[in-house]
Design a protein around this ligand. Structure first.
Ligand SMILES: Cc1cc2nc3c(=O)[nH]c(=O)nc-3n(C[C@H](O)[C@H](O)[C@H](O)COP(=O)(O)O)c2cc1C
Length: 190
């Protein structure tokens, strides 16, 4: 698949089969993720791969974050919307959490997050090329402060979660996607 095709045809695919994804394929994704551009060679990304029973721990962190963000939520809300992200994690064979390191100043921290986000795009494109289904998720829970996910990863609260990628074999690759033509987003200065 050429890079132009990959960029045009990649789609967020949320319906994933429960089948396990071979570790070699995940390693291939990570192998290209680290080739993303990054300013001052900070290589700020960290990858946290969750599969099998370990997903329960990760899922719990998302429920905890919801509880922290919604201190008045009753049990029904906590068990329902409160665990929506957690249920997504449990439904996907693999969740790849991508964090970005805190920088030496605010600008560097911001640019680190941008670089980690580019690493996620590399992962998504590579997953697509390998026939895997994937989608990037953030959800409000990753912005919670203090954040249960960072606590679980034993990272400082100043670290950022760039997002997480839910990964597996897709149930279907059919998906209607839409984009505004680039011409409507572009001005030329000659
Ligand atoms: C920064 C970022 C955060 C995202 N967060 C979520 C999310 O929390 N939940 C979700 O379902 N999709 C999320 N997405 C995926 C977008 O919904 C998806 O890219 C968009 O609908 C366009 O569809 P496509 O990826 O198939 O082109 C996120 C994408 C980005 C770039």
């Amino acid at each position: 698949m050429d890079v132009f095709d990959a960029m045009r045809t990649r789609a967020s695919l949320a319906k994933l089969k429960p089948d396990a994804v071979p570790r070699e394929l995940i390693e291939q994704l990570l192998d290209v993720a680290v080739w993303a551009p990054n300013h001052k060679m900070t290589e700020p990304w960290r990858f946290w791969v969750w599969s099998g029973a370990s997903r329960e721990k990760l899922a719990r962190a998302f429920c905890d974050n919801y509880r922290r963000d919604h201190p008045d939520a009753d049990q029904d809300e906590l068990d329902g919307p409160g665990c929506k992200t957690a249920n997504r994690v449990l439904a996907a064979p693999v969740t790849l959490v991508v964090t970005s390191d805190v920088g030496r100043n605010e600008t560097e921290t911001l640019e680190n997050l941008v670089s980690a986000s580019l690493a996620i795009e590399h992962i998504l494109l590579a997953a697509h090329a390998l026939g895997l289904g994937a989608y990037w998720r953030t959800g409000e829970g990753i912005y919670t402060q203090p954040n249960a996910l960072l606590e679980l990863l034993q990272l400082p609260q100043s670290a950022r979660v760039a997002g997480f990628v839910l990964l597996g074999y897709p149930e279907s690759t059919e998906r209607t996607r839409r984009r505004t033509p680039w011409q409507e987003k572009t001005q030329w200065f000659d």
